[in-house]
Ligand binder design. Structure first.
Ligand code: FMN
Length: 161
C-alpha cells in the first residue's frame, strides 16, 4: 500500500473481529509512529494499554466495538501553554502514524473521545496537566465503513500576499 492510498483508505473502525493481536505487533506500530514530527525531540506522547478491569470501568457504549485491545494515547503537560499545545500537535501526529501503521497491516482502530471526560481521566490515571489524545480500540475490522466525503481542498486554500 502506498502512502496516499493508506491515508485515503484508513477508516475509523466501529466493529472488530474477536481475533487477537499480539502485543508486540501493536508495539511495532507504536515504534513506527514515534518517527512522528516533534518539536525539539520532546516525544511528548505516552501510551497505556488498558486492561480488562479498567476497560470495564470505562463502560464505553459499544465496548470499543469489541476490539481485542484498547490503547490510550496521552500528551505530556508542559510549563507554558505554547509548549503544551505543541506537545499535543506532535502527539496527534504520533496517533495518526499509529492509525496508518495499523491500517497498513490490515488492522484498524476506533478513535473515541471518551477518555477526555473527567471521570474517564480519573479511571485511567491521567495526571492533571496532561492531555488525552484519544482512546483507541484496536483490532481486525469486522466491518469497514464507507469513506465520508471531504470538502474539496481548494475551498480551504487561501493565498496570502
Ligand atoms: C479528536 C478526535 C476525536 C474523535 N472522537 C470520536 C468519538 O468519540 N467517536 C467516534 O465514533 N469517532 C471519533 N472520532 C473519529 C471520527 O469520527 C472519524 O475520524 C470521522 O468521522 C471520519 O471518519 P474516518 O476516520 O473513517 O475517515 C474522533 C476523531 C478525532 C480526530
Amino acid at each position: 500500500m502506498n502512502t496516499i492510498e493508506a491515508i485515503q483508505t484508513r477508516r475509523n473502525i466501529k466493529l472488530f473481529k474477536a481475533d487477537p493481536i499480539a502485543r508486540e505487533t501493536i508495539v511495532s506500530w507504536l515504534e513506527a509512529a514515534s518517527f512522528a514530527p516533534n518539536h525539539r525531540m520532546t516525544e511528548p506522547w505516552e501510551i497505556r494499554f488498558v486492561g480488562p478491569e479498567t476497560r470495564a470501568k470505562l463502560n464505553h457504549k459499544t465496548d470499543f466495538g469489541g476490539a481485542p485491545v484498547v490503547v490510550l494515547i496521552t500528551s505530556k503537560g508542559a510549563p507554558t501553554p505554547i509548549d503544551r499545545e505543541e506537545h499535543l500537535m506532535a502527539s496527534a501526529c504520533f496517533a495518526q502514524n499509529f492509525l496508518l501503521a495499523a491500517h497498513d497491516a490490515g488492522a484498524g482502530a476506533f478513535w473515541s473521545s471518551l477518555a477526555a471526560s473527567p471521570r474517564s481521566r480519573e479511571i485511567l490515571g491521567v495526571p492533571e496537566g496532561d492531555d488525552v489524545v484519544g482512546i483507541f480500540g484496536v483490532g481486525y475490522p469486522a466491518e469497514i465503513p464507507q469513506p465520508k466525503e471531504r470538502t474539496p481542498i481548494a475551498l480551504k486554500i487561501t493565498d496570502l500576499a
